[in-house]
Every structure is written in structure tokens, then in C-alpha cells.
Design a protein around this ligand. Structure first.
Ligand code: NA7
Length: 539
């Protein structure tokens, strides 16, 4: 193994991750003439779509938008089967992209980056991998995803469990067969709500351990008609522009009225229409759902009524009915989730009422009962936003670690969500304080990648060696993010956005809530003003 001072390899850029962001970053950097190496822990491309192979896994953004739009040719030649295709189709798409743009030769699979250390004298990043390799790069770019580090809660006794257990975010590649088995699922977030109906159809019996009930709206998935597909393709440029300018990277535009402006009858009509269309229609129907408690409550109550109407057993229905705000956790869309509780082989256990005490060799023991299980599924989410960055020992100037600077998330500060002061020539794709997680992620990923590529091209053309966020610009951006977020209901909700789902994690809300379109404009203005807020140096 070479030491970090004698790198075996020198490249212009190292990118971590071969998901949506890393793959596009590689493509653009190569086009810009940079030698680029991508490191990917998995043995294939896809990022979260490589790992999240649990039954029922689907995207929550509609497929015709949940894809790349940078290439008109790609956009027009790929055909999605349906509105919300399942994970295998999305992974097939990403493999198709990797082949089309011949990305694989520059991606090193089965390799995890363990550290990335900025070396002042050489103005280069020294990167080490878990396979013992070291490489030196001028630019260091993370495409590690914001929900990619699985959270397996530390519940006493897991080691003693004699059955098989799985985390939804690290699902085995070979088919898991639950036929004839008694299965337990812990967690009712998006992954739980997607997997529960699929597992219930296969298992002999399913016990769902729910801590907090969640709102969910039917996806109303359906095959696309040829007419719709043709319409989307014909309007490629318009759709791309709409996605870029919209609040959440979709064709949705927020309704122009307050929930409170409508009469009860009109409101019911609008919400029913949203319910019937499915997906995120309700979320976008009005303009103040995420800002105003009273407005939110009216919409939340509409969904609660639907849950009570759908679930036959009133006691189960009540347990499944949330009391919190709607939409302040990432809004879930489902396929027959609430209906699943009408099946005879499904039982709901409220673990807030009677907490899980331990996992035994035979199953789960709660405060008031014991449940025998053959298999256990953790749908318990991720250490979001910062978890995957903190797994890597990233050190900037003066050997300051990213984790140390951000003090485990509490003091997360970035400039534009793309860079952070003290970490020269480092860029984060979908980093904290970007708007990515509040919408259709490929749309912000493309914006991030294009902004970073333009920036690097500018540096090279102008023979600038170092770009680094200024402290003041970073302070202002973080303050701006916080002020915007504090005016919403997001910060009044415990979620993976805030870090509340991870025991011991410092709380924050490191997300720009101002919308994708406005964010893009801000980034463009920074560029137009000669990278305002950055210090640009020659060495
Ligand atoms: P989420 O949305 O974080 O959901 C995790 C679920 O697991 C949630 O219901 C949690 O309850 C529950 N949980 C977590 N730890 C425990 C313990 N210890 N005991 C019982 N229940 C627990 O993760 P998902 O994977 O579903 O979705 C993440 C994102 O992926 C999603 O937003 C989409 O964007 C795609 P809690 O609510 O914390 O009480």
C-alpha cells in the first residue's frame, strides 16, 4: 500500500458514489476533459436503487420526471412502463444510462472511500479506499446520497434472533421468500408502507410494529398510455424547463390559494380530486399547507377520514391515524397500504403504547406481549443528510474534520449546500442545505452537477487553483436556510430531516426550503457575479 504522500494515482477529480448524482457528475467531468475516478462501494451502479431492493420498493416521484433530462436523446429513447415503476425498472434504467454513456470504465466498484484529506502544500485531496488504494485529486466530489446510511436501531437481543433479519435499505440480491413465514416489520415510514402490502401477500402472517403512524395517499399507479408518453416526449424542452423552475423539480405548481380561502365544500372537492388522482396532488393543491397550522389541520383531517373509511377495524384504524402535520415528513404515496390491515393475516402493534423491550431468539417481546417470528424486517430508515458523509474521514484545511466542524450535524453549515468553508475544491452533490430532499431529486442533481462542472471549467479557464466558500457567505446561507425553515411547519416535526430519528444525533434542519427554481436562480446569480461568496486563488 502506498502512503498518502506517495499516491499511486493522480486524477483531476474523484467522485464518491455511482448513483444518479455520481454517474452524471462523471459524464460531465469527462466531457469537460477531466480525468475522473468514481469509487462505488456496491458492485454495480444505481446508488439507493442498487441497495433498496425490498418488496414493493418504488419511487415517490413520477417516472417521467424521475429521470435524467440532460440528454434529449436519452429522455426520448427510454420508455417507462408506468407512473411509479418498481425498483428493478429504475435500476435497469440506470444501468442503461451507464452503458449508453460508457461510464463503467471510470467507475471502480466494490471500493469504499475511507478517507479524503486535503493537503495544503500540494493543494490536492489525498483519498484512501478500503481496498488499500490511494489516489490524489485536485477536486473531490461527494455523491453519497442523503438517505443511504441504514439505521438499524440498537434493540437488545438482535444477535440472539434465530430467524433471518433484513434492513430495507440493504436488501439481499437473491429473492427473499416469505412464503409460509411469520414476518415482523418494524417501521412505518415510506419503506415500511411500500413493503408491508407486498410482504403481507406472501407471508403466512405479518406483524407490523408501528411507533408513529404516518399519512399516506394512494399512488394510483397505472401503466402509461402511448398518448401520454408521446405527449411527454414531444414536450421535452418545456418539461425540462418546468422542472427546473418549479418548487420541487416536477411539473406540479403549488395551488395559488390558501386552504382557508375555500369553502368547506370547495375544499373537499379539491382534496377529493387530489385523492383520486393520487401521489403528491394533495400536497401541492394549496399554497400554505406547510406554513399554516390551521390550513394543515384541515387537509390532515381529510386524510384521517380516508384512513378511518378504509380500515375495517375501528381500533386498528385509530392506531393508524396520525395526529401530526401532513407533509412535513416526506409525503408518502402507497399501493393499498391501509387496505392491507383488513387482511386476516396482518396485525398492527403499537409500540409507542407498549414499547419493544427486546428481540429474543424467537421474535419480539414488547411491554405487554410476545410475538413469534421467522423473519424480521427493519424498515427503520436512514441516518439522513449527514450520515453518509460522516462515515468517511473527510478533513479539510488544518486537519479539521467535516464531522468535527459540523459537530455531528448540529452546526452544519454550507454555502449553497454545495461547498463548506475550510474544504477547498470539495463539492457536495445533494448536500445539506441544498433543496434536494424536498422534491424530485434528479432535477436538483442535474442542477448541482451542471453548476459544479461550470465552476470547475471556469477555474481551469482562468487558471484559478483554489475555490473555497468564504466564512461570511456560509454564515449567511445557513442563516437564510434556517430563517426560511423556521417559518414552516417542517421544523416542528420530528423526522429524518431533523435528525430526530437517530438516537443521540444532534438536531437541526439542514435543508433549503425555498424551492428548486429559486435555488437555481441564486446559484446562477452567484456564478454571474464571478462566484460571489467564494475566495478564488492561484497558488
Ligand atoms: P423513515 O421515513 O425514517 O421511517 C422509519 C420508520 O421506522 C419510522 O416509522 C420510525 O418510527 C420507525 N423506527 C425507527 N426506529 C425505530 C425503533 N427503534 N422502534 C420502532 N420503530 C422505529 O425511513 P424510510 O426508509 O421509510 O424512508 C426514508 C426515505 O426513503 C423516505 O422519506 C423516502 O424519501 C425514501 P418514528 O416515526 O421514528 O417514530
Amino acid at each position: 500500500m502506498s502512503s498518502s504522500r506517495e499516491p499511486q494515482k493522480q486524477v483531476d477529480a474523484v467522485v464518491i458514489g455511482a448513483g444518479f448524482s455520481g454517474m452524471y457528475m462523471l459524464h460531465r467531468l469527462r466531457e469537460a476533459g477531466l480525468s475522473t475516478r468514481v469509487y462505488e462501494a456496491a458492485d454495480g451502479v444505481g446508488g439507493v436503487w442498487y441497495w433498496n431492493r425490498y418488496p414493493g420498493a418504488r419511487c415517490d416521484s413520477e417516472s417521467v420526471y424521475y429521470n435524467y433530462s440532460f440528454s434529449e436523446e436519452l429522455f426520448k429513447e427510454w420508455e417507462w412502463s408506468s407512473r411509479y415503476p418498481e425498483q428493478p425498472e429504475i435500476l435497469r434504467y440506470l444501468n442503461y444510462v451507464a452503458d449508453k454513456f460508457e461510464l463503467r470504465p471510470d467507475i471502480q466498484f466494490n471500493t469504499r472511500v475511507s478517507s479524503a484529506i486535503y493537503e495544503e502544500e500540494s493543494n490536492r485531496w489525498q483519498i484512501q479506499t478500503d481496498t488499500g488504494e490511494s489516489v490524489s485529486a485536485k477536486y473531490f466530489i461527494t455523491g453519497v446520497g442523503c438517505i443511504s446510511t441504514a439505521n438499524v436501531p440498537n434493540i437488545k437481543g438482535l444477535d440472539s434472533f434465530e430467524g433471518d433479519w433484513y434492513h430495507t435499505g440493504h436488501w439481499p440480491h437473491e429473492k427473499v421468500d416469505f412464503t409460509g413465514k411469520r414476518v415482523g416489520v418494524i417501521g412505518t415510514g415510506s419503506s415500511g408502507i411500500q413493503s408491508i402490502p407486498a410482504i403481507a401477500k406472501e407471508a403466512a402472517h405479518l406483524t407490523v410494529f408501528q411507533r408513529t403512524p404516518q399519512y399516506s395517499v394512494p399512488a394510483r399507479n397505472h401503466a402509461y398510455t402511448q398518448e401520454f408518453v408521446d405527449e411527454v416526449k414531444e414536450n421535452y424542452s418545456k418539461i425540462r424547463r418546468q422542472m427546473q423552475e418549479s418548487a420541487a423539480g416536477l411539473r406540479f405548481i403549488h395551488g395559488e390559494r390558501s386552504v382557508l380561502e375555500d369553502t368547506p365544500e370547495e375544499r373537499r372537492r379539491v382534496l377529493q380530486e387530489g385523492w383520486d388522482k393520487g401521489g403528491w396532488e394533495i400536497l401541492f393543491a394549496y399554497n400554505d399547507l406547510l406554513m399554516n397550522e390551521e390550513a394543515n389541520e384541515l387537509v390532515a383531517e381529510f386524510i384521517r377520514e380516508k384512513i378511518r373509511e378504509t380500515v375495517d377495524d375501528p381500533e386498528t384504524a385509530e392506531k393508524l391515524t396520525p395526529s401530526s402535520y401532513y407533509g412535513t415528513k416526506r409525503a408518502i404515496v402507497d399501493t393499498e397500504y391501509f387496505e392491507t390491515y383488513n387482511r386476516k393475516n396482518v396485525r398492527l402493534v403499537d409500540v409507542k403504547e407498549a414499547p419493544i423491550q427486546e428481540i429474543t431468539s424467537k421474535g419480539i417481546r414488547t411491554a405487554d406481549d410476545e410475538y413469534e417470528l421467522d423473519a424480521l424486517v427493519f424498515a427503520t430508515g436512514f441516518d439522513g443528510m449527514t450520515g453518509s458523509l460522516f462515515k468517511i474521514d473527510i478533513r479539510g484545511r488544518d486537519d479539521v474534520s467535516l464531522k468535527g466542524k459540523w459537530e455531528n450535524g448540529a452546526k452544519t453549515k454550507t454555502y449553497l449546500g454545495l461547498t463548506t468553508a475550510g474544504f477547498p475544491n470539495m463539492f457536495m452533490l445533494t448536500g445539506p442545505e441544498s433543496p434536494s430532499v424536498l422534491g424530485n431529486m434528479p432535477a436538483t442533481i442535474e442542477q448541482h452537477v451542471e453548476w459544479v462542472t461550470d465552476c470547475i471549467e471556469h477555474l481551469r479557464e482562468n487558471k484559478v487553483d483554489v475555490i473555497e466558500a468564504e466564512d461570511r457567505a456560509e454564515e449567511d446561507w445557513s442563516k437564510h436556510c434556517k430563517e426560511l425553515a423556521d417559518a414552516t411547519l417542517y421544523t416542528k416535526t420530528d423526522s429524518w430531516y431533523t435528525g430526530a430519528n437517530i438516537s443521540g444525533k444532534a438536531r437541526g434542519f439542514p435543508i433549503y426550503v425555498g424551492g428548486y427554481g429559486p435555488y437555481r436562480q441564486i446559484c446562477d446569480e452567484v456564478t454571474a457575479k464571478g462566484y460571489e461568496g467564494f475566495s478564488l486563488k492561484k497558488v
